[in-house]
Write a new protein. Structure first.
Length: 136
């Protein structure tokens, strides 16, 4: 088991919008890194190269994210960081729950986020859809 840390993560709506799915950035309200529950795996690629991957473990979305997606990554709170990878005793199964409502914040970001070829520090910046910009 492993914690996977990120300052911001991205999720995309599961609904079908004529304009395309809407991406959102998700971060902790307190500014700390988000720690996701994950599993570290090492395996050989078909070419024989050693690969290390970190799939994240998901759970039902909390109320805040359920309007965007039905599932969300398991968020591990700082006090529980040693429990998840097994460095300390604790109820690991109890950590497999949605994040509390007051832990995360989310905001819409540019649709470029939905393409893995795009990268850069501007991607998580807030982005208002055209119909919203007119109201701001």
């Amino acid at each position: 088991m492993s914690d996977i840390f990120a300052s911001v993560c991205h999720t995309i709506t599961t609904d079908e919008d004529p304009e395309g799915k809407t991406p959102f950035a998700v971060a902790r309200v307190d500014g700390d890194p988000v720690a996701f529950a994950g599993i570290r795996e090492e395996w050989p690629s078909p070419e024989g190269e050693a690969l290390t991957t970190f799939p994240t473990i998901t759970t039902d979305a909390n109320r805040q994210l359920s309007g965007i997606r039905p599932r969300m990554p398991v968020v591990i709170e700082r006090a529980d960081w040693p429990i998840w990878p097994g460095e300390a005793e604790g109820a690991v199964a109890a950590l497999l729950r949605p994040a509390p409502q007051d832990v995360l914040r989310l905001w819409p970001v540019d649709k470029r986020v939905g393409n893995v070829r795009n990268d850069g520090p501007a991607l998580p910046e807030p982005h208002a859809p055209p119909e919203t910009r007119a109201l701001l």
